[in-house]
Design a protein around this ligand. Structure first.
Ligand code: HEC
Length: 127
């Protein structure tokens, strides 16, 4: 009986280890698809909208539409906010705690959200 529960615990530990990524600080951080979905829902959506396409109109520094943006663009933007090459008082703290694996996971998720960008009017093309 004892042996079976030990195996179960080991199995669970291995399963958990497979779903986490090592962060620079050494602590394990989730970077799964589910983590990305939940993080977007619980955090990012407050400003970028629940679908990433209807941001709240914050005065002065309105959050952009990010749904459907190229994945590598999102990876670069988030990495630059985190590391300070791109400075923004609102986004820097949002990106600060993200590991590389988490940046990739959330960028992948956001890039797959349907984007309205291609439907924006282009008045300069009308004549
Ligand atoms: C408190 C509001 C707020 C929250 C929460 C927030 N953002 Fe932002 N986000 C902004 C604002 C404002 C900008 C525009 C910043 C700038 O001018 O560089 C922005 C910009 C971005 C950009 C750059 C887009 C581009 O076109 O260059 C990305 C990517 C992004 N946010 C992703 C996220 C993700 C992922 C989260 C959640 C982890 C998140 N944001 C949470 C307000 C927010």
């Amino acid at each position: 009986m004892k042996r079976i529960s030990l195996i179960a615990v080991l199995g669970l530990a291995l399963f958990t280890a497979a779903a986490v990524a090592e962060s620079p600080g050494g602590t394990a951080a989730l970077a799964t698809r589910d983590w990305a979905v939940q993080t977007f829902k619980n955090t990012c959506s407050a400003c970028h909208g629940t679908d990433g396409a209807h941001p709240v109109p914050l005065p002065g520094n309105p959050p952009p539409i990010i749904a459907g943006q190229y994945e590598d663009y999102l990876v670069q933007a988030l990495t630059e906010y985190r590391d300070g090459q791109r400075q923004n008082i609102i986004m820097a703290p949002q990106a600060k705690a993200l590991t590389n694996a988490q940046v990739r996971a959330i960028a992948a998720y956001i890039s797959e959200l349907p984007s309205p960008l291609h439907t924006l009017p282009r008045p300069e093309l009308a004549h």
